[in-house]
Ligand binder design. Structure first.
Ligand code: ACO
Length: 319
């Protein structure tokens, strides 16, 4: 994408929240249900356990409420709700309608489905809404993949899980904190990872792996170029939490040390739309980010979508 116009009305994240279901499923639990092992899952994916349960709406309401409290804003002042999800609770209406009501918002609400790239797609859309006049957007990424996983299929059941992350994105004076962004999709690859309506996830894991590294690197390089920054300027990378080997291969090609990554994969598994915000905001809550830090978000997913962004971290509270 071209560099952002200097006249654009900027935005920044002023609050965030996370939500995970209570039920923990360990690799040992999966060992008891299918032909796999804790050792195999840890070595091949980096996942030790995952959380399952709840609905997309209930997890979204929980993370959204925390983000609103963190930003210290009145729900009635939110101008738009964007819910990134691949696992809506109903086909109609959009799950964002349920979440809007549950949070007491009075604003437009819609779902975005770009699989695991969805939260970064949503961040670009939130910035676009603010550029054309919105003051405050609530962006939530939630998935409940446990509901569409075939729990007898060791190819997918070991990877996917449930969770939610949310951010309040507010208008600020000046350029704002989104310095560069990129969104992409290659629909010709849709059969690599799909779920029919009412069905289960099907995945060609090897081919997804092969493409994932390439498209993450490609998208990250586009966002870095658009923002006029280099990898050396980046304080933290928040990659989609799919597989530790994908993350380390992409970081190696980008020339970014693994010590700069935010990781939640071992405890959460792959939570799709929630993956980037869960890892990002866990790092923020752990005090790993200071205002001014440049953060590189980079995701990929079914579709095959990709999305990345370079964001200046502004920290909690009103700008
Ligand atoms: N437990 C034990 N053994 C297994 C398992 C398992 N769960 N799964 C496969 N195996 C076996 C295979 O049968 C094979 O055995 P063989 O050598 O005797 O034939 C061996 O392990 C190696 O299998 P591979 O498929 O080559 O394993 P690989 O290293 O590719 O790992 C994995 C598989 C983890 C699925 C990997 O390919 C991957 O992570 N791919 C990317 C998936 C992904 O990121 N998906 C999300 C996309 S984002 C979104 O939109 C949700």
């Amino acid at each position: 994408m071209p560099p952002l116009p200097s006249s654009a009305r900027g935005a920044a994240i002023t609050g965030w929240g996370r939500a995970l279901p209570d039920t923990v499923v360990t690799n040992a639990d999966l060992e008891a249900r299918m032909d796999t092992s804790d050792e195999w899952i840890r070595e091949r994916t980096g996942i030790a356990e995952r959380r399952i349960g709840g609905s997309t709406a209930s997890l979204s309401i929980e993370s959204g409420r925390r983000a609103l409290a963190c930003a210290g804003v009145d729900p009635a002042s939110i101008d738009a709700l964007i819910l990134s999800t691949t696992t809506p609770d109903r086909t109609v209406p959009a799950t964002s309608a349920t979440v809007q009501h549950g949070l007491g918002l009075r604003c437009g609400a819609f779902d975005v489905n770009a699989a695991c790239s969805g939260f970064v797609y949503g961040l670009a859309v939130a910035n676009g809404l603010i550029a054309i006049g919105a003051e405050r957007v609530l962006l939530i990424g939630t998935d409940t993949l446990s509901r569409i996983v075939d729990w007898t299929d060791r190819n997918t059941a070991i990877l996917f899980a449930d969770g939610s992350g949310a951010a309040v994105v507010e208008a600020v004076g000046g350029r704002g904190s989104l310095l560069g962004w990129d969104i992409d999709a290659d629909g010709s690859a849709e059969d690599l990872l799909f779920c029919e309506v009412g069905g289960h996830l099907h995945m060609d894991g090897k081919e997804v792996f092969r493409r994932a590294v390439r498209i993450m690197v490609d998208s990250a390089e586009k966002s870095l170029a658009a923002s006029g920054t280099s990898v050396d300027d980046i304080a933290m990378v928040v990659p989609h939490q799919a597989n530790i080997r994908i993350i380390s291969a992409a970081c190696e090609r980008l020339g970014i040390p693994m010590s700069k990554t935010a990781l939640a994969l071992a405890e959460t598994g792959n939570t799709s739309s929630a993956s980037i915000p869960l890892a990002w905001f866990a790092a923020a809550d752990d005090g790993r980010l200071v205002p001014g830090d440049l953060v590189l978000l980079v995701g990929f997913g079914a579709g095959m979508t990709a999305a990345s962004a370079v964001v200046r971290w502004t920290g909690a509270g009103r700008p």
